[in-house]
Write a protein that binds this ligand. Structure first.
Ligand code: CA
Length: 336
């Protein structure tokens, strides 16, 4: 009897504690703090990811989002502050993916779960920390889809071969010299088109324009000044640079809405501006990088990790062969 009574008491105590604990847990879930570091706000595609993140985390966590302004030293300082504030989770869009080792070490020392996205660090660096996951795309796929689009354009419209030499003369706009996405898109767009049987010939050097509209416009203006009439195709690693090329073309009467002179321009991202340009007929195609799906995946995985669950638990995502990276698929986008 005596033992039975104390057992009941113990049970009651446990129940009380569990209730209390439950209440505390529920309260702290609302108080979750997530620090988000963005490589730069002034990037159209990243803006769609930011919006998706804000929406997906609304009411679930308090967000501190910081603009790295394209400067890794700035981002490092922002990281230090967030670690000092002991945020519960971190989401990092590296300025310089090659600086990931230092960043991972700091986060690891603080024991904060982290999801890197978009700009891909060396996954072997990420593997040194068991609370790190990467969400990106398969960069080669974007290039290959551009290559398939090139084949479509080439076979569907013989008029694109301005000099009738049976070759597609192109200019290439590359995002950054050492960025893995930029390298893969540049390489696979061309190799896929060639594999598809299109004879390609590059005009001028590859223009490295930092993913930027204004820089691409300048480069295209110079290219046109030297080679007007010799450029038959524009391949760009992203839509922002594609828009710059279109601005330069439209200044001399090409790619104007309702006009009759069109140099096909292909980008990547399917930004609002690019979709608009495609629908107006001044841009030929893009490859959709689904920023919303990316933002949702990053938010879902971060919340899982903070609550101590396996990163992909209860999600529709799967790791690629690396075992720590999730790839959001691309899709081609042409005028409907
Ligand atoms: Ca030609």
């Amino acid at each position: 009897m005596k033992i039975g009574k104390s057992r009941i008491l113990l049970f009651a105590l446990c129940l009380a504690l569990a209730t209390l604990f439950g209440a505390v847990t529920a309260a702290s879930a609302a108080d979750l703090r997530i620090g988000i570091l963005i490589y730069k706000y002034d990037d159209t595609y990243i803006s769609t990811v930011r919006n998706a993140l804000n929406k997906a985390l609304e009411g679930k966590a308090e967000i501190t989002m910081q603009d790295g302004k394209g400067d890794q030293a700035t981002q490092n300082d922002q990281l230090d502050v967030l670690i000092e504030r002991q945020v519960d989770g971190l989401i990092v869009n590296m300025v310089d993916a090659q600086a990931a080792a230092g960043v991972v070490n700091k986060i690891k020392a603080a024991g904060i779960p982290v999801v890197f996205f978009n700009r891909e660090p060396d996954l072997n660096v990420l593997k040194t920390y068991d609370k790190a996951v990467f969400v990106g795309t398969n960069a080669a796929d974007a290039g290959k889809m551009q290559g398939d689009i090139i084949k479509e354009l080439w076979t569907s419209n013989p008029a694109f071969d301005l000099n009738k030499d049976g070759k597609f003369q192109y200019v290439m706009f590359k995002g950054e010299p050492d960025n893995p996405e930029a390298i893969a898109r540049t390489e696979f767009s061309v190799s896929q088109a060639v594999e598809n049987g299109v004879k390609l010939e590059q005009v001028g050097e590859t223009f490295v324009c930092n993913w930027d509209t204004a820089l691409a416009q300048q480069a295209m203006e110079s290219a046109l000044a030297a080679n007007e009439g010799k450029i038959e195709l524009v391949i760009a690693n992203n839509d922002s640079m594609a828009m710059g090329a279109i601005a330069a073309l439209s200044n001399i009467g090409y790619n104007v809405e309702g006009g009759n002179k069109l140099i096909p321009v292909i980008g990547v991202d399917a930004t609002d501006q690019a979709v608009d340009a495609i629908n107006k007929g001044v841009m030929s195609a893009t490859v959709k990088q689904d920023g919303q799906a990316m933002g949702n995946a990053v938010a879902e995985i971060t919340l899982n990790m903070i609550s101590g669950k396996a990163p992909l638990e209860g999600t529709n995502h799967k790791y690629d062969a690396s075992g720590i990276a999730v790839r959001i698929p691309y899709a081609p986008f042409v005028k409907k």
